[in-house]
Design a protein around this ligand. Structure first.
Ligand code: NCD
Ligand code: ZN
Ligand code: ZN
Ligand code: ZN
Length: 354
């Protein structure tokens, strides 16, 4: 067995459900899942039951994260439908970016009023990332609003051919737009959704084979892979009204590395999408003594007992994977080895931004 060393991966889009949803995940279990997946730094989303839309809510979440997290961590602030633009100046240096929900999804942060969206796009500092959940027609609206307010824009979890075409065109025109894609939108289609039932139910929905192919064909226009790790319990998923979202931290790297083995993706592109891209877009400082070691040869089948996420399931159960994470080192400390986390909650440090 000879191990291969790669940079510690960064995931700029996770939902750790802490506070308010810790029966699904918390900063400890979520960050265990991150380490098991070779991810050394995460950025948590604001759509908690009490959303992260005030300085107080952000400071409360920081206090929790400081004592519970095993990997490095940061936060996105949320734009509130009740106009919290007055908070923006207070939090700008404490967060990776501002998240604006322009479609219905988990949480209560949907903003539909175009005048408020315009205000949010104008007031949030122009040099800081502004992220949108904006699908299809809404993606077009978000791009138009970014042009009108002359600001950079990051589009979360793209899934459609029409979206990547729009983004590619905007990039060709020199507009400062970036985007992310999830492993599930690269590897599953609406046909898989039929078999997966509630476990294949997330926003955006799994798309057609044509859409998935368009994402792969335009990988050069995609800035990063983000997991959108969005755990819900099996009980919730099997209820009459299953919530949207699937976990992803532990499977993202091995799934994508399996595509490297197949020859569908280059290792350089994988590192660009899971390390350089998020580092660059969110100006995240990284450390030279932080790295992961994988076994490029071992093949394994994903089973529930391997999983650290509190929700205890994956949409990729039974998949044959390559690129198992053997060791993770953060700032010269060995933090994970052969399935075991070796550090205590509180080891993780806040991310810093340049
Ligand atoms: C996310 C969640 O559950 O928080 N769900 C999802 O289906 N992606 C919210 C989101 O990212 O839209
Ligand atoms: Zn080996
Ligand atoms: Zn979303
Ligand atoms: Zn999300």
């Amino acid at each position: 067995m000879s191990l291969k060393e790669l940079p510690g991966l960064i995931d700029p889009h996770v939902h750790f459900r802490d506070p308010g949803g810790t029966h699904k995940e918390d900063f400890t279990t979520g960050s265990e899942a991150a380490l098991a997946g070779g991810i050394v730094g995460i950025v948590d989303m604001p759509n908690n039951p009490e959303p992260t839309v005030s300085l107080e809510a952000l400071q409360y979440k920081e206090q929790i994260a400081r004592v519970k997290t095993l990997c490095d961590y940061g936060f996105h602030f949320g734009a509130s439908p009740r106009d919290n633009t007055g908070e923006f100046e207070k939090v700008r240096d404490l967060v990776a970016g501002l998240k604006v929900y322009m479609n219905q999804t988990t949480g209560d942060l949907l903003i539909e009023d175009d005048r408020l969206i315009e205000k949010v796009f104008s007031v949030w500092p122009k040099d800081k990332p502004l992220l949108v959940h904006a699908e299809e027609g809404t993606c077009k609206r978000a791009l138009e609003m970014a042009r009108k307010t002359n600001r950079r824009l990051h589009i979360c979890h793209i899934s459609l051919a029409s979206e990547i075409e729009m983004i590619k065109r905007a990039k060709q025109e020199g507009f400062p737009v970036t985007c992310e894609v999830t492993p599930h939108h690269l590897l599953l289609t609406n046909e898989d959704a039929v078999n997966l039932g509630p476990y294949g139910r997330m926003k955006p929905f799994l798309a057609t084979r044509t859409d998935v192919e368009a994402l792969w064909e335009n990988l050069d226009s995609i800035d990063m892979i983000a997991t959108d790790h969005a755990p819900h319990t099996k009980e919730e998923k099997e209820s009459a009204t299953p919530p949207f979202g699937v976990p992803g931290l532990e499977t993202a790297f091995p799934l994508m590395y399996s595509k490297v083995v197949e020859g569908k993706l280059s290792l350089d592109d994988l590192v660009r999408l899971m390390f350089e891209g998020p580092k660059k877009v969110f100006s995240i400082k990284t450390d030279n003594n932080t790295f992961i070691e994988i076994d490029p040869d071992e093949e394994y089948v994903l089973t529930e007992k391997d999983l650290k996420t509190k929700c205890g399931w994956s949409a990729f159960m039974g998949w044959k994977l390559r690129g198992r994470i053997k060791r993770v080192t953060i700032r010269s400390s060995l933090v994970f080895e052969n399935g075991q986390v070796l550090v205590k909650p509180g080891f993780g440090q806040p991310l810093s931004y340049r």
